[in-house]
Design a protein around this ligand. Structure first.
Ligand code: FAD
Length: 317
């Protein structure tokens, strides 16, 4: 089923999860071990992130350097197929512009279509580790809205090679990303919403938000989107803060604020267990408030401490 169908048909609030492929060399068992405990909460769908290859310099035996491409977390497409096969739960692979030519993207979409995956989250991706700003692949897309256009074209049976006549039409439901605290490169929220609207008008069917730790950001964002004429469902993204190091890691990686009350409580915590308890209670309170205010879905970033999310779900449902 498509994400939009899950949302439209839900009679009570539903949940969805985001997972990362394991680091190269690790087994898919780590994904199953992570997901098995969530079975009892029947997630409607599971997002699987995509990771671009990074360019690194490796020293040759003669002392010179060679530039090699390393993808640390491959396997998104395969993991999606494995999730659907093992759990019968819809998978939502992320597709990114960064590091991919249009042709590679088309081939990934063809693989997904063959596998029966009909959801994708279309993203730009961040700058490569060795670059300050995002640089598109020379034969790829610059912005997520361009990727959305490519997927929409494939849904109409239009392939890159124009000698493919009567090409099979794919049927992808396309999600896009939204930022309640604004995307960090945007000069202001208004400009960010302008480009978000382009993604929606171009073929996006719903928005999954960046994580936020104060619901007021989400409510204000939802209101601003509606005022901007963006009517699509907005899925709130949630993540527990469970360790002191995350107080600096999360803002620097995701460009979001951690509220004073939460950061003070975690800073003052006397043990790792106390940090986890504070983060669990914070997330639980956020979820309860969202549900009380009519949220029909909660989307959890599970990286790091999936059992914390499980504990919150046990309290909620
Ligand atoms: C839910 C979610 C999941 C994610 N999953 C992944 C993942 O799996 N892998 C990964 O690498 N990253 C992922 N990211 C991170 C994401 O790739 C980065 O935040 C990236 O910097 C922006 O991606 P985007 O799709 O929002 O980009 P875009 O929508 O292209 O926007 C990027 C910036 O450009 C601006 N902009 C957009 N269109 C234009 C235009 N036409 N002209 C000028 N400016 C424009 C926007 O306002 C914004 O500031 C995820 C983010 C979220 C919120």
């Amino acid at each position: 089923m498509k994400v939009t169908e899950h949302l439209a048909q839900a009679k009570k609030p539903i949940i969805s999860l985001e997972i990362l492929p394991p680091a190269k060399g690790k087994s898919i068992e780590s994904i199953f071990n992570l997901l098995d405990p969530f079975r009892e909460f029947s997630p409607a769908f599971i997002n699987v992130t995509y990771h671009r290859a990074e360019q690194v310099f490796k020293r040759r035996q003669d002392g010179s350097f060679e530039r090699v491409e390393i993808r640390k977390r491959p396997g998104t497409v395969g993991i999606c197929a494995a999730i659907m096969n093992r759990y019968g739960i819809d998978a939502v692979p992320h597709l990114i512009c960064g590091g991919f030519s249009k042709e590679e993207t088309e081939n990934a979409l063809i693989d997904l279509h063959y596998l029966g995956v009909n959801n994708v989250l279309a993203l730009r991706g961040d700058a490569a580790g060795n670059e300050k700003f995002f640089v598109p692949h020379p034969k790829g897309h610059h912005y997520a809205c361009d990727l959305v256009h490519q997927i929409v074209k494939l849904n109409k049976g239009s392939y890159i090679e124009d000698d493919i006549i009567d090409g099979v039409k794919t049927d992808f439901c396309i999600g896009v990303a939204g930022y309640p605290e604004k995307h960090f490169e945007s000069p202001n929220i208004d400009t960010d919403l302008y480009y978000l609207k382009q993604k929606m008008d171009g073929g996006g069917s719903y928005i999954t938000t960046q994580m936020f730790f104060e619901n007021k950001h989400y409510y204000a964002y939802e209101k601003a989107c509606r005022e901007y004429g963006i009517d699509a469902p907005i899925i709130p993204g949630l993540k527990p803060v469970t360790a002191k190091r995350q107080l600096t890691e999360i803002p620097s990686i995701f460009n979001v604020d951690i509220p004073v009350e939460l950061s003070r409580a975690i800073t003052a915590a006397k043990s790792d267990a106390a940090c986890e308890q504070i983060g669990t209670e914070w997330l639980l309170a956020q979820c309860r408030d969202l549900l009380a205010n009519g949220a029909s879905i909660l989307h959890f970033y599970t990286l790091g401490k999936p059992h914390v999310v499980c504990n919150v779900l046990k309290e909620l449902f």
